[in-house]
Write a protein that binds this ligand. Structure first.
Ligand SMILES: C[S@@+](CC[C@H](N)C(=O)[O-])C[C@H]1O[C@@H](n2cnc3c(N)ncnc32)[C@H](O)[C@@H]1O
Length: 304
């Protein structure tokens, strides 16, 4: 049975433009999702092949159905992108001409009740991007301390009342709450009302990032990719969270530092969606695209 996968690709044209001049070879799409960015690349850049990576088997299935028309130019891999070096070895690819990552969850994941990402439904306390492995949110809540949970809420969700919210979550879990909308109600009950977004939004984002080790995955990715690029290769990352953007910005700046660096930043500032894109797809509003380009090692660097 074919799978309906609703997700509107963010910064698609800007991403393709960033990779337009790469040489022929493999591009890895680290966050394949519904295959939106991959399809744009396969359509627009006839000299590249795409290796699509996702930790979510449902996303892989949907993307494979969508992209099988490209034959051997497209391959899909079930893996976390933090393991990209392992993926390279398994696929006998030593260098990429491009690497893209469009971080976070897809609309499909958010809108699928039984995945437990959203408080719009009363889904299970799960939130794993890969439901075949790892601890669910319920598993983590069973084992955590109030201190750890408060840190998660503060650092990943910028939740100011992190201790109060951590208390509310642990009390709700202790009282037998096992559904996402019930949990959101318990969080909202200890936070001030008002504002445009649901009071539990930031806490839910933090819990999701915790369950999926999202910052650690990103740190591993950005530390690995620059060494996997062939000359002229490009690394493009779209983030939606200030903590993630900070990680990308710092690592990219570090690689591109100094006049003799083999890397360059084609854009000093991150690229952001146009007002039209934001109007058509409100999810795009907080997106930032950063690009790092590998010029190629100089003779001295090759020798050292
Ligand atoms: C925003 S969606 C990508 C949407 C896609 N670019 C498109 O336009 O259709 C993010 C996807 O990345 C996957 N993902 C997030 N973190 C991951 C990780 N560490 N390893 C592998 N996949 C990851 C999620 O499962 C999700 O399917």
């Amino acid at each position: 049975m074919s799978l309906t996968f609703d997700h509107v690709t963010v910064l698609g044209t800007a991403t393709v433009d960033a990779l337009r001049d790469v040489p022929a070879g493999w591009v890895v799409d680290c966050t394949l999702g519904g295959g939106g960015h991959s399809e744009l690349l396969l359509e627009s850049l006839s000299h590249v092949r795409v290796l699509g990576v996702d930790r979510d088997p449902q996303a892989l299935k949907a993307a494979q159905e969508r992209l099988c028309k490209y034959g051997p130019r497209f391959e899909a891999v079930h893996a976390p992108f933090g393991d990209l070096s392992v993926v390279c070895k398994q696929h006998n690819i030593s260098k990429f001409v491009g690497v893209i990552a469009d971080l976070g969850v897809s609309s499909h994941q958010l809108d699928t009740e039984d995945r437990g990402f959203s408080f719009r439904y009363d889904g299970p306390l799960d939130m794993r991007m890969d439901p075949t492995r790892g601890q669910t949110l319920a598993d983590k809540l069973r084992r955590t301390s109030k201190r750890e949970l408060a840190d998660v809420l503060y650092y990943f969700g910028d939740v100011r009342a992190s201790h109060r919210v951590a208390d509310a979550i642990l009390a709700a879990y202790g009282d037998g709450v096992r559904g996402t909308s019930q949990l959101a109600d318990c969080i909202a009950a200890v936070l001030p009302r008002g504002g445009k977004i649901h009071p539990a939004t930031r806490a839910f984002q933090a819990l999701r990032m915790w369950v999926n080790d999202e910052i650690e995955q990103l740190e591993r990715l950005v530390a690995t990719v620059p060494y996997l690029l062939s000359p002229g290769g490009v690394f493009a990352v779209i983030s939606f969270h200030s903590g993630e953007d900070r990680v990308v910005k710092q690592v990219f700046r570090e690689f591109a530092r100094g006049k003799t660096s083999s890397f360059e930043l084609p854009h000093r500032k991150p690229l952001t969606p146009t007002p039209q894109e934001c109007a058509q797809n409100p999810r795009a509003r907080s997106a930032k695209l950063r690009v790092l380009r590998f010029r190629g090692a100089s003779a001295e660097q090759e020798a050292s």
